[in-house]
Design a protein around this ligand. Structure first.
Ligand code: ZN
Length: 165
């Protein structure tokens, strides 16, 4: 009666834990690879340049639209006699145009900070990644980390077949 309840839970715990730990390791390893691939894709120069171009282009078209709406069209209307604007309306045009210019400047400033941060991240990543050549691999039987040129697993003693891929 005394020995049975004391022994049972601890051994059960070990049995339940072992496979999930290995699966966790495999999962983390896959996630790391995926993130690395994504980083390589997103930080490639031309992808970033393209994104910056699209955003700046969109923001700049706002200025152009504002210029025609608040500056050129009112002048043409005034000249052709289609409309006569009051002082408040003219001030409204001016403030609308100025706000679109300010929008563009804010946009460009945020983009500049973002690109600066990404460039910093990129140089950090380069420094970090260079010495990190793979020196270990996962045992296909017990999923433990073992030296990359091992022919027998140190953890489960399985003989590892050489795979050339
Ligand atoms: Zn093993």
């Amino acid at each position: 009666m005394a020995a049975f309840p004391a022994e049972q839970p601890s051994s059960l715990l070990i049995i339940c834990r072992a496979p999930s730990k290995a699966a966790d390791k495999e999962k983390r390893y896959r996630m790391k690879r995926f993130l690395k691939e994504f980083k390589e894709f997103a930080l490639r120069g031309n992808v970033m340049d393209m994104a910056v171009g699209i955003i700046i282009g969109g923001a700049f078209s706002g200025i152009v639209a504002s210029l025609t709406d608040n500056f050129i069209n009112p002048i043409l209307n005034e000249l052709t006699g289609n409309a006569v604007y009051t002082k408040t309306e003219v001030l409204g045009f001016v403030s609308a145009f100025l706000s679109s210019v300010v929008n563009f400047i804010i946009m460009a400033f945020i983009l500049f900070c973002l690109v600066k941060a990404i460039n910093k991240l990129m140089s950090l990543g380069k420094k970090k990644e260079e010495p990190a050549a793979p020196t270990t691999k996962l045992c296909p039987y017990c999923k433990s980390e073992i030296p990359i040129d091992a022919t027998r697993c140190a953890h489960c003693t399985s003989i590892l077949e050489e795979k050339h891929d």
